[in-house]
Design a protein around this ligand. Structure first.
Ligand SMILES: [Zn+2]
Length: 289
């Protein structure tokens, strides 16, 4: 085995963008445990050796007792084709789960990371609020013009049979209907939009996900990994990346759930993660024994 090129104390940067330095040695608090569930990172793990970048598959070793993530190039073209280390599946799974729990979903990491989303949301909310107010002003104007037309008919100043007057009444009514619809839509957007991701909801979201990462069964942890991780790059160091937008969707799901614990899977995130989002979070961790 070819593990541990990097001293265990050589922990590199914390989550970015984030709250600043975090010197905690995250995984030390959670000793590895043996699991026999699904391999959590298939489809996410890829080789980190320059010029390779292949996906990783599972191979068994030691008479089938151990499972390893191995670079596809090594599997298909032999061990000399890439110097990417094979990694015990339990070791990598555990490392990634504890790094996520400690360095991404901990409240002091998650809240600043989502701050950008929260700020944007409150701006968007404010803009929609202003649009609702403008809508209501226009509604008031349209209603008073319609009332004036009706007054004029009542006073006998104009005739309701006048095609011009009938046309103007019809126009005002159409305008009022459209403005009512617009105001209703805007109010719905303000009510159900991601604008309700409060810091408290973010904290609750972090607690739920941490619990599942550290204590969930195999399928539960696999769901979390697939919902929030974009790539796990394996070399002498492990690099985990993901999209803050998927975190924002998760926090929004918790904010909306009102006590019911939501499940997280990729389906509720409509964003195509394969598109290069320049803005993503990154965790680096040394691959050590
Ligand atoms: Zn490789």
């Amino acid at each position: 085995m070819d593990l541990g090129h990097v001293p265990a104390n050589h922990r590199t940067s914390p989550v970015r963008p984030g709250s600043g330095a975090s010197a905690r040695a995250g995984s030390a608090q959670h000793p590895p445990r043996v699991t026999s569930g699904p391999t959590l990172l298939i489809g996410l793990a890829k080789c980190g050796i320059a010029g390779c970048g292949c996906g990783m598959t599972i191979r068994t070793g030691k008479g089938g007792r151990y499972r390893y993530y191995t670079c596809n190039a090594r599997t298909n073209r032999g061990a000399t084709s890439c110097r990417c280390p094979s990694v015990r599946a339990e070791q990598l799974d555990e490392l990634v789960m504890t790094e996520l729990a400690d360095r991404l979903f901990a409240e002091h990491e998650l809240v600043p990371l989502l701050q950008q989303v929260l700020d944007t949301s409150s701006e968007a909310r404010l803009r929609k609020q202003q649009e609702v107010e403008q809508c209501e002003e226009r509604l008031a104007t349209a209603r008073s013009r319609l009332a004036n037309l009706h007054d004029a008919i009542e006073n006998g100043t104009v005739s309701s049979r006048d095609p011009d007057i009938a046309g103007r009444i019809k126009q005002r009514r159409t305008e009022i209907d459209a403005l009512n619809t617009m105001a209703r839509t805007l109010r719905q957007q303000i009510d159900v939009g991601p604008t309700r991701i409060t810091p408290a909801a973010v904290a609750r979201f972090g607690t739920i996900v941490r619990k599942r990462l550290l204590h969930g069964d195999g399928p539960t942890r696999q769901n979390i990994a697939r919902a929030f991780i974009r790539t796990v790059t394996v070399g002498p160091n492990i690099t985990i990346t993901g999209d803050p937008q998927s975190l924002a969707h998760g926090a929004a799901a918790v904010a909306r759930s009102k006590g019911v614990v939501p499940s997280f899977d990729r389906e509720w995130c409509p964003i195509d993660h394969k598109d290069g989002h320049s803005n993503h979070w990154v965790i680096w961790a040394p691959l050590s024994k």
